[in-house]
Design a protein around this ligand. Structure first.
Ligand SMILES: Cc1ncc(COP(=O)(O)O)c(C=O)c1O
Length: 471
């Protein structure tokens, strides 16, 4: 079965195009000349093509390496594979929010540039949505900027504050966009790994408590060049919700060393088990040094809208607005209207409560499957991801993997094997680590539960077959 699947991959060009971490020196029209004969007419045509040196920041930002999303892409996996890899939903955003985008498209204004800092309606809706959660009402003119997804907002904040050589502390495993966004500005990522817990999670047999910070490691990571700490709660991919005590510990270090904190809270509406979502910006002294990141994509099952925002003091939001204005100028107008309508109506419709209950049920389906399978996993306190310990998964010795998988962490092989032979795709977690710490991530695969119940139930049933491949 494996070799059959492999040959079909070769036919689709997946195997042949495999590049593990290519060197970005110079590209001659993505030359294939090494495999062609000298007198091949295509070769002489290729040799006439101009050569351009690629900026080294692409290599520094891992942008030339074949990324995990391209490897574990539906097009490379068997057609009937259930996709729990990439974190996008297989259900639509609420119709009452989508209607606002349609209405905007029917108007003249709704098809034109938005103000660089975002449509006033959306900034007012963000203000109303957060109310006094930041310990004060937000000023939509100076304390909120709308961006093209959280991603671009974070990129703009790095543009505004990171000079070449500045160090930015990020916790591992990390959302993979942080690394290129920092590296593209000449910043240096300093990695502080979170540590898996071996303590049992409450009320289950196999699940383990969430991962923890070693504060000595965090303190050692700070140098005179440190400018910023990037924090993500609820966390992708661990599913961790940082506790108030942990955030107080981080805040203390940030204050002592005069650091900016970028608090990525895009999963703010997905905090389970009655846990508290603490915003580090609300801790004493932290408002003035914190940029809080939000995303309409995550709040409204609308990752394709590409609408996000940043909240913070004018001293941080002003320069970031200046940067975003020169990066994208402004964000997509009709989808800002959809996000505004979403935020305006969500509370009275009980949308977030209902969505949370639905996600809790979805989470339960995967947890049951992993408990039955008796494979350890990190109890997901928030977000829509579960980390499964795949260190016990073994595949036949003669099993063949495409070149895109060879040379990567063991988790790439395990996830590939599970996707192809069990029929459920996941994301190997070593991708979310620096080279030196890959060995920690190699033991885990990330499964996303932002899918409908039927899909998750089918995935859970299929995953039971993994038992045959456990040691
Ligand atoms: C932790 C984290 N931050 C930011 C983003 C990007 O959000 P957006 O789609 O709004 O750019 C994601 C998306 O997966 C994420 O997981």
């Amino acid at each position: 079965m494996a070799s059959l699947r492999l040959s079909s991959l070769a036919a689709r060009g997946v195997v042949a195009s495999a590049v593990s971490r290519p060197s970005p020196v110079a590209v001659r029209g993505f030359s294939t000349s090494l495999t062609r004969r000298q007198n091949d007419p295509a070769t002489s045509a290729d040799s006439k093509k101009p050569t351009f040196a690629i900026a080294s920041r692409l290599k520094d930002g891992r942008a030339l390496a074949l990324d995990v999303w391209s490897v574990f892409n539906a097009a490379n996996l068997p057609q009937d594979c259930i996709n729990l890899g990439q974190g996008y939903m297989n259900f639509p955003p609420p119709v009452w929010a989508r209607d606002a985008a349609e209405e905007a498209l029917r108007s003249v204004e709704g098809n034109h540039y938005a103000p660089a800092k975002g449509r006033l309606r959306l900034r007012k809706a963000i203000k109303q949505f957060y109310g006094t959660q930041f310990g004060k009402e937000l000023d939509p003119e100076t304390e909120i900027v709308v961006t093209s997804g959280a991603n671009e907002g974070q990129y703009a904040a790095f543009t505004a504050f990171i000079e070449p050589g500045d160090e930015v502390i990020i916790f591992e495993p990390f959302f993979d966009q942080y690394l290129p966004s920092i590296a593209f500005h000449g910043g240096k990522c300093v990695y502080v790994p979170l540590h898996p817990s071996s303590e049992p999670a409450p009320n289950v047999k196999i699940g383990k408590q969430s991962w923890t910070i070693d504060f000595d490691e965090l303190r050692r990571a700070v140098t005179p060049k440190t400018k910023m700490i990037v924090l993500n709660t609820p966390h992708n991919p661990v599913g961790k919700v940082f506790t108030r005590a942990e955030l107080e510990g981080i805040a203390k270090i940030a204050e002592e060393h005069n650091l900016i904190v970028m608090s990525d809270e895009v999963y703010e509406s997905l905090v389970f088990d009655g846990l508290e979502h603490v915003r580090i910006a609300t801790l004493p002294g932290m408002w003035e040094r914190t940029i809080t990141v939000g995303s309409a994509g995550k709040l409204f099952a609308a990752t394709g809208w590409r609408v996000g925002w940043l909240v913070g003091p004018p001293s941080l939001i002003g320069p970031t607005t200046a940067a975003t204005t020169r990066i994208v100028f402004c964000s997509n107008t009709p989808m800002q209207e959809a996000a505004a309508a979403g935020l305006e109506q969500a509370r009275e419709r009980g949308f977030f409560e209902q969505q949370l209950a639905e996600y809790e049920e979805r989470r339960g389906v995967l947890i049951d499957a992993f408990e039955k399978l008796e494979l350890e996993y990190a109890w997901p306190e928030g977000s829509y991801f579960i980390l499964l310990d795949i260190s016990k998964v073994r595949w036949p010795k003669n099993y063949t993997f495409p070149a895109t998988i060879e040379g990567r962490g063991r988790d790439f092989k395990a996830s590939w094997f599970i996707a192809n032979e069990i029929g459920v795709s996941s994301i190997p977690v070593s991708e979310f680590y620096c080279e030196e710490h890959v060995a920690i991530g190699e033991n885990y695969a990330r499964f996303a539960f932002c899918k409908d119940l039927d899909t998750l139930r089918r995935a859970g049933e299929r995953l039971q077959r993994l038992r045959e491949y456990l040691v």
